[in-house]
Design a protein around this ligand. Sequence first.
Ligand code: 13P
Length: 308
Amino acid sequence: MSTTVPAIHQVMVRAQETRTAIPGFNIPYLPMMAPVVRALRDTRCFGLIMAARLEWEKFAAGGVEPVYETYQQTKDERFTRLHLDHVPVIDEDNLPVDYETILGGAAALGYDSIMVDGSRLPLTENIAATRRIVETAHKCGVAVEAELGAVMGHESGPMPPYEELFASGQGFTDPDEARRFVAETGVDWLSVAIGSVHGAISATARREKKLEARLSIERLDALRNATDAPLVLHGGTGIKKACVLEAVQHGIAKINVATAIRQPYEALMETAPQQALQAVYDATVAVVRDDLELMNSVDILNPGEASA
Ligand code: 13P
């Protein structure tokens, strides 16, 4: 395996060491990208611009190339990098995906980091799939995120009651499995299941307000002890604020946010497109400033100049 350390990986490691986090914003409609970049610049927050496969399958992100092209026209590399979110091996409708072609294409095109999601597979198959992607991506200097455990919510069927899920810890990432997974795959970042859920994406449920999730800091600590890999929190919209801030202090280095900026855009995109863009900007600023308290976190890119 190549020894190239992807540049964005070093920033993630620094985020974890200094107990801050990098927000990743999902772009299901390409016009949303410009106001997100502007909001990151105006709040002086370093963040990832992201799209997941489901965002071109079920929304309007277009695909790996349209997202990349739009990013080239929109980016501000003082504040942003490009990440390919969830490319599942088995998708939310239980269909197999040609994930190696999609992820290999993104790595060759110039995405800074990519995510292979083998979380619907048995452990050994998730390890094998992730390891193959790590080998391909690292040859291009691209960082890889993978998922272990079940961050639910994207499925079309109903979820079990949240409090039952949380109390049972069903689907939470197992620390021993995490240790083995990171060691055997060489993956850079690990998405963990510790209580958050994804915002619904099915056509019937995508407008619903998200439930207020909580996080198991106890499980997070066990995972942090099991592996040095920077940990990623999915389902970033609507988690109880105190839990998110505490999770960042306990090893979460990246937080994915989709629903919080998608729903305000969808509410206005057909009737008032300009206002819809403003709504994305306002929602992104609110997430950075109020929910995650990450204003001015761009210093993480130039630690020598940081005031702390
Ligand atoms: P939310 O829709 O809850 O913000 O989750 C986003 C996410 O995890 C994308 O990977």
